[in-house]
Design a protein around this ligand. Structure first.
Ligand code: SF4
Length: 700
């Protein structure tokens, strides 16, 4: 613990880690943060916090921070510190040179879910208006893009249907492919309070669908009624089998479906899931889950009376990620579990502003507010406001950018606050693509793995250095407030603005509040959002244009779905391409731990490192014994994509045949092993299913 003295004043802001979006008071002495104290009036956390938000903020002033812009001609050259004007001028000249030679679509950009809504909006505006291309994507591509697709198709918009506090009204809680205790700790505590219950209000029942025996399965005073420990890659079989039970056992909420859902798609779906090949018994060998368990879980969910589903990346990061999101939505609609307190479908967003980065038009096919770029009416609104002509064709997704780089048609990338060289799957493929580009501009607070391939490094600013807003997993828009000046002199939105101006498309914002005013004017779901309103109310939940409540919409789809009638889709189970073989007999799945965060760039530079200072491979005792592996031994992990070395943790939290690890440390490179297999609809990588071999090795 570093003693920094007594605070003199405080600034209320929002945590920059997970999608819970906890409010904090940054307690200050001058311009130095003394401590971060959870804000008792924060609606997402009500005074609670976890080890990340509470203790892992020191990275903001870590000695590794990049504070000077840098350029170099080749990635083998040393970096040369230059002025902001020279760095931005150089980047703009390079992008112009590339576009003049290879066409406007030879460049693109990646927005950051770590940055504010205003900054994300500006980056996608820069790509579309200044570059003149729709080659813009976001790191949500590799996490919740299937949520965007699946919820968009079924409900009409991509967002959690509930507010966090609504879990207190749930009678049955279903957690699928998520480990809230580690990844969303403050919401997990709220969920556990409901599961424990009280004398007056008995605890909710719990179903966990996850290959691992996660903390919630048997946390203190919490016990899952059913843990469906499925084999990785069989989510769709499980959700379809649950639907089979609902349909064949007369558990459909017929009145709800008749009033709220599209009848033709429902009837098609009902006939599909009722087929014998979709029964729990038929899927038993595939999923590894006893049919009786699936039947019991389905009955529990359907009979509620109030059942809520919370899911994470264990749903989306699959070749059938979008199908699974649709399967969850189908089940919820069939049982009438959307549109009131205590029910709903809720994606637990990993990053602080991944909801916002999606809302702000970061996808190559969508303008802010999830409106398709081919929609002439919508496009013309933006064209009028921005004074440009927009391309009606969707641009490249991140994996397409990599492929195009390797085939020679994609040459320049602006990457803000995203370490694609560490976080994206099949590292070797990503590295080869980055090496093939002529100009990579990285804007980040650290010299990250992607910066090794960059030609221009623009210093980024941490959440403590800028004003703006984040949107959490319950669509809550909260203020981020500057508590100290940007270490490099400019906040991220100012850098983007300068780059746009240098490219010949001037931007003249003086404060992020003006950017939010533009967002609100052009995005119906953000209509009515303003800094003044957030100041007054603490936070607001979008959509703000459909509610009589000034603070926005806590529960979505109350009377009708955003798309009108909820639409069903058949969810045909397709086995993953990743299959165990004699050579690769185990299935690897990946995730996160409590004290570290994603690629670890921030948390590794804080005291949180003491609790988890390496990536470890979790392996079941049977698999360990068969390989002569003891707890703490070094093991080699190899897949069809690559290999790495970690220490083993022997634990019965794993099921035999399945191993698990994190990707917080670049040196153990878990994504060297993962393949580039991806979701059929969105290209979200299949991080959760990789066939591997594990063997004991000498300490490297
Ligand atoms: Fe930050 Fe999430 Fe922890 Fe809250 S739960 S303090 S938002 S990391």
């Amino acid at each position: 613990v570093i003693e920094l003295g007594q605070p003199e004043h405080s600034v209320v802001t929002t945590c920059a880690y997970c999608g819970v979006g906890c409010g904090f008071k940054a307690e200050m002495k001058g311009t130095t943060v003394v401590r971060m104290t959870p804000w008792k009036d924060g609606k997402a956390n009500e005074g609670h916090s976890c080890v990340k938000g509470r203790f892992a903020w020191g990275y903001a002033t870590h000695k590794d921070r990049i504070t000077k812009p840098m350029i170099r001609a080749k990635i083998t050259d040393p970096w040369r510190e230059v002025s902001w004007d020279e760095a931005i001028g150089h980047a703009a000249a390079e992008f112009k040179r590339i576009q003049a030679k290879h066409g406007k679509d030879s460049v693109g950009g990646i927005t950051s879910s770590r940055c504010t809504n205003e900054e994300v909006y500006l980056v996608q505006k820069l790509i579309r208006a200044a570059f003149g291309t729709n080659n813009v994507d976001t790191c949500a591509r590799v996490c919740h893009s299937p949520t965007g697709y699946g919820m968009g198709q079924t409900f009409g918009t991509s967002a959690g249907t509930q507010t966090f506090k609504s879990v207190a009204q749930a009678d049955v809680i279903v957690v699928i492919g998520a480990n809230p205790s580690d990844a969303h700790p403050v919401f997990a505590s709220r969920m556990k309070r409901r599961l424990r219950g009280s004398a007056e209000h008995p605890g909710a029942r719990l179903v966990v669908i996850d290959p691992r025996r996660i903390d919630l399965v048997d946390a203190p005073h919490v016990r899952a009624d059913h843990h469906l420990a499925l084999k990785p890659g069989t989510n769709v079989a499980v959700i379809t089998a649950m639907a089979h039970v609902v349909v064949t056992e007369g558990l459909v909420n017929e009145a709800y479906v008749a009033e709220r859902c599209d009848s033709k798609s429902f009837n098609d779906w009902r006939a599909f899931v009722a087929r014998p090949e979709n029964s729990p018994e038929a899927f038993e060998a595939t999923t590894g889950v006893p049919a009786a368990e699936i039947r019991a879980a389905a009955r529990l969910y359907a009979q509620g009376p109030n059942s809520a589903i919370y899911y994470g990346l264990g749903v989306t990061e699959h070749a059938q990620g979008s199908t699974m999101v649709i399967g969850i939505a189908n089940l919820a609609m069939a049982c009438g579990m959307v549109g009131r307190d205590g029910v709903g479908v809720n994606p637990l967003r990993g990053q602080n502003n991944v909801q916002g980065s999606c809302d702000m038009g970061s996808f190559p096919h969508e303008l802010p507010g999830y409106r398709h770029i081919s929609d002439t009416t919508v496009r013309s609104q933006f064209e009028a406001a921005w004074g440009v002509t927009l391309d009606p064709e969707p641009g490249l997704r991140i994996p397409n950018m990599f492929d195009a780089a390797l085939s020679g048609s994609f040459k320049g990338l602006y990457c803000q606050g995203e370490d694609i060289a560490q976080s994206d799957p099949n590292t070797q493929h990503v590295q080869a693509a980055l090496e093939a580009m002529e100009c990579i501009v990285v804007q980040d607070i650290f010299l990250n793995e992607t910066a090794k391939y960059a030609h221009v490094l623009l210093p980024g600013s941490s959440f403590l250095e800028k004003d703006g807003t984040f949107t959490n997993a319950e669509r809550r828009i909260s203020r981020v407030r500057q508590v100290m000046p940007p270490l490099a002199g400019l906040a991220d939105w100012q850098v983007t603005q300068k780059l746009s101006t240098a490219l010949g498309y001037p931007m003249h914002y003086e404060h992020p509040e003006q950017i939010m005013a533009e967002i609100a004017a052009l995005t119906p779901s953000f209509a009515g959002v303003s800094y003044a309103k957030i100041e007054r109310l603490g936070s607001v939940q979008w959509p703000c244009n459909e509610s009589t409540d000034e603070a926005g919409t806590a529960i979505m789809h109350r009377e009708r779905f955003v798309r009108g009638k909820g639409r069903f889709f058949n969810t045909q189970y397709v086995p993953s391409d990743e299959k165990v073989t004699q050579r690769y007999p185990l299935l690897l799945t990946t995730g996160r731990c409590l004290s570290q965060y994603n690629v670890g760039a921030q948390t590794r530079r804080t005291p949180n490192n003491q609790w988890h200072d390496e990536d470890r491979l979790d392996i079941h005792p049977h698999d360990a014994e068969a390989r002569g592996i003891a707890d703490g031994d070094w093991v080699g992990i190899s897949s069809r994509a690559g290999q790495t070395v970690q220490r083993a943790r022997v634990t019965e939290r794993m099921q035999p045949g399945v191993v698990w690890t994190t990707f917080h440390f670049p040196e153990s490179g878990a994504n060297v092993i993962t393949t580039d297999s991806s979701d059929w609809a969105t290209n979200c990588p299949e991080y959760k299913v990789t066939a591997v071999q594990v063997s004991k090795v000498m300490q490297p």
